[in-house]
Design a protein around this ligand. Sequence first.
Ligand SMILES: Cc1ncc(COP(=O)(O)O)c(C=O)c1O
Length: 398
Amino acid sequence: MLAVTGNRVASAVARLGAENAFQVLARARALEAQGRRVVHMEIGEPDFDTPKHIKRAAVEALDAGDTHYLPSAGLGELRAGVAEYAGRFRHIEPGYSAENVVITPGAKPAIWNTLCALLDPGDEFVYFDPAYPAYASAASYLQAKTVAIPLREERDWRMDLGELERRVSDRTKLLVINSPHNPTGGVLQAEDLERIAALAQRHDFLVLADEIYSRNFYLDREYLSIAALPGMRERTIVVDGFSKAYAMTGWRLGYALMPKALADVVTLFNNNTFSCVAGFVQRAGIAALQGPDEPVRAMNATFRERRDRIVAGLNRIAGLSCTLPEGAFYAFPNVSRITQDDRALATFLLEHAGVACTSGSAFGKAGGSYLRFSYAASLDDIDWALDAIANALPAFKG
Ligand SMILES: Cc1ncc(COP(=O)(O)O)c(C=O)c1O
């Protein structure tokens, strides 16, 4: 029998990244097991329970025996429901149909499988820094040439479009955008989307628009998707899912919308990896889309209140400054007046203040002067964490 040891692992593994939040979570749980109080602000998941009507649909599906293999692209009824919802929510004309939809176990595999479907070694892949780590991890694994454009705090975390214009070219195959943005909470404005769309058409590249936080949105205007702009429906892959909007992170249910020819290839990758998403989970997704929208709005209103509380509180702590996030559920304070080592500070806050957060550099080099706090925590926990940070910080030697 072959011994499975570290040195037999494929060299390509070295190109994979990882979500640091899961590693922080493991340490936080270990501290809790020792009896310590920890406020969890490391992981990006709503702390609300999944709405009842959604859970009921899954239970009913289980009772009805919905426990077997299904088509790799997803249940026709869910694909049609997603096409209708996604097109209506984003005002996309002509609308999507079921054949444009690929159902995946969470948005993350939709990103991985879409990148697998599109990127050859050497293809130019443009993304933003800081960013959700899954994009660069998949692109690097696939040996694409990755180009990172720094996002700037002084531009409310939107990219410098002049810089983007200089860095994309006819060699660019795919650009990723993510609005509202993890980890900064920044939201792209209409003029950003229009200029990106013009560049995509001039240089003939595709855009993967990660819109997983499209329902975690605090501006008093409608959500804007690049896919709704003229000429963009056919060159945009919209990634979305149920995790953040419906508090369904653990269910693993996401999707992507794209031209049919590409959807067929992404489905082939589904076929080769997870085969299909569990039927009772897909039934829950149908219930989420068909049921009342009120729970989504109520969760968003609560997030907004928490956002205001944590941002005001962070700005009151000496040495920290924090912009107001316009979407998602992360506060991303600047810590450069305290330290040049964001990782050490994140570790210190967990070990000495009982506050679990993520270092900004876990999202890329440009995140190096920041920490990310997920405000998927109650107002009481937020207040407790703010006090704990303020009390612990003077002892930090950074
Ligand atoms: C920007 C972004 N995209 C995608 C995902 C993946 O979400 P899912 O739970 O649906 O896989 C996350 C999760 O944190 C995210 O922050």
